[in-house]
Write a protein that binds this ligand. Structure first.
Ligand SMILES: [Zn+2]
Length: 245
């Protein structure tokens, strides 16, 4: 009997060693090493397509549940994290021992927590995400600073990623810039806006017209990004920072 194949897309990768199926929120992806015949690929998809389709349906059901209001809950197994604004499935594993690890994999974000975390689990998840973001975000932000700082000579002295209750960023008197770690869960364009906003405070220590003109010189669409923060920023804090609930 001929089984109907689920929709999938091919990605040829010279670095891939094996045929692989990836389950992503936008569909099934088949990673194909160079040199494999179409017949081999098709046979592989015939053999594993049913399995992949079932995994995809599970993933989509989880994400749908999440969008129907459970998004306000703290992320748990079966939940997701909006990395750079894109909902990314979250997998939590509990192991013996005390190590906490976070890794970004093809299927999503994997957290390894000590089995002993028990009732403090929310706190462990939050701390793991915060620690990971403190390592990940500076690279992204440095790229943005390198893009914008030279335009008007706005160079910060230092960058810190922090947990802040009511602010997305701040710029101190010595031009030290602090950014809220939750910006790693907002679209990149929003992160860019906050970085530019704080860089512009190096020149203008206020929100005067001159200040906003300087922001607009860097980012003509800044209003849209600021609006995103007004609409969704509070939700990010509610959802991911139980310290401030
Ligand atoms: Zn400001």
């Amino acid at each position: 009997m001929e089984h109907s194949l689920p929709p999938y897309r091919l990605r040829r990768s010279p670095r891939a060693k094996y045929l692989r199926l990836l389950i992503r929120p936008d569909g099934i992806e088949v990673v194909v090493p160079t040199g494999l015949s179409d017949a081999t690929v098709l046979a592989f998809v015939r053999q594993h397509g049913g399995w992949a389709q079932a995994r995809l349906e599970e993933l989509l059901a989880r994400l749908a549940k999440l969008r129907q209001g459970q998004a306000e809950r703290f992320p748990a197994e079966g939940g997701s994290v909006p990395l750079e604004g894109r909902e990314t499935p979250l997998f939590i594993e509990e192991t013996g021992g005390s190590r906490i690890r976070v890794s970004l994999e093809d299927q999503g974000l994997r957290l390894i927590l000590p089995r002993t975390c028990g009732a403090d689990r929310d706190r462990y998840v939050r701390d793991a995400l915060f620690g990971w973001m403190k390592r990940r975000l500076p690279g992204r932000v440095t790229e943005l600073i390198e893009r914008h700082a030279p335009l008007h000579g706005l160079y910060p002295r230092q960058l810190r990623i922090k947990s802040m209750r009511t602010r997305w960023g701040s710029c101190g008197p010595a031009n030290d810039i602090n950014l809220n770690w939750l910006l790693g869960l907002a679209p990149l364009s929003v992160l860019e806006y906050v970085v530019v906003h704080e860089l512009c405070h190096i020149r203008h220590r206020n929100h005067s017209r001159d200040f906003w003109e300087l922001v607009a010189a860097h980012l003509p669409d800044w209003r849209q990004e600021r609006q995103w923060l007004k609409a969704h920023g509070g939700g990010l804090i509610q959802r991911f920072d139980p310290a401030f609930r």
